[in-house]
Design a binder for this molecule. Structure first.
Ligand code: DHB
Ligand code: MG
Length: 216
């Protein structure tokens, strides 16, 4: 073991998970309902949600842009970290996912603090003004991550937070023969992010690897 880093194993993740602020009944129920409705069971872990909420709070973030709403789990989690007049603008391509997310946002404690924008990320992002957000969370189709990042760098203010999900490519980042078709896109994006001079960024080994960056 090196003094610089502990090798994080599945047991560490389990240890962390059992000592993380619980997600609460509402988000647990949202997950059950999503599975029942046949919505892909894809959401951030409670530990990742906690980290993102802490970062948003430390940042005193008011406005957040998300690409990839899916069931709305992360949008609701992020909205909970904002002040009452804060807002999450979340973008979703699939109407079925947007319908589900809107229904659950409407009965959540952050109703009115989240807007679901329907359409492709690369179609909706250009409608958002420059320097209009304190933070962005990119979590949609991985092949478009470089394009989403370019927009995030325009929309997020200087000093703002840019988070990007799945840096570990669904656990297959270092696999010799990955089976998921998006692994190559994640690998390519990680190189883009690592070389990007306009952000200071680090991959936090939580969930499936979370890029956390600050716009210079
Ligand atoms: C998948 C996508 C995600 O953003 C994620 O966090 C986990 C899985 C997927 O496409 O399988
Ligand atoms: Mg993700």
């Amino acid at each position: 073991m090196s003094a610089e880093a502990t090798l994080v194993t599945a047991r560490h993740f389990e240890y962390v998970a059992h000592r993380t602020t619980p997600e609460g009944d509402f988000l647990a129920q949202l997950k059950v309902a999503a599975r029942t409705a046949g919505i892909p069971a894809i959401w951030i872990s409670p530990a990742q949600a906690s980290l993102m909420q802490i970062l948003l709070k430390l940042h005193a973030a008011r406005t957040v842009v998300e690409v990839g709403t899916l069931a709305g789990y992360s949008a609701i989690a992020m909205a909970r970290a904002l002040p009452p007049d804060g807002h999450v603008h979340t973008i979703e391509l699939e109407d079925r996912h947007a319908d589900f997310a809107e229904a659950w946002i409407a009965k959540s404690d952050v109703k009115g603090r989240v807007t679901v924008h329907r359409g492709a990320g690369l179609a909706v992002l250009p409608t958002l003004a420059a320097d209009s957000a304190d933070a962005a969370f990119l979590d949609a189709d991985k092949g478009n991550y470089p394009g989403y990042l370019e927009h995030a760098l325009r929309i997020v203010r200087k000093g703002g937070l840019i988070m990007v999900d799945n840096a570990f490519a669904f656990g297959q980042l270092l696999d010799e023969h990955p089976t998921d078709r998006e692994v190559g896109a994640v690998r390519a994006f990680n190189e883009v992010m690592a070389a990007e001079k306009r952000v200071q960024a680090v991959i936090v080994p939580i969930g499936d690897g979370l890029w956390v960056g600050v716009k210079r």
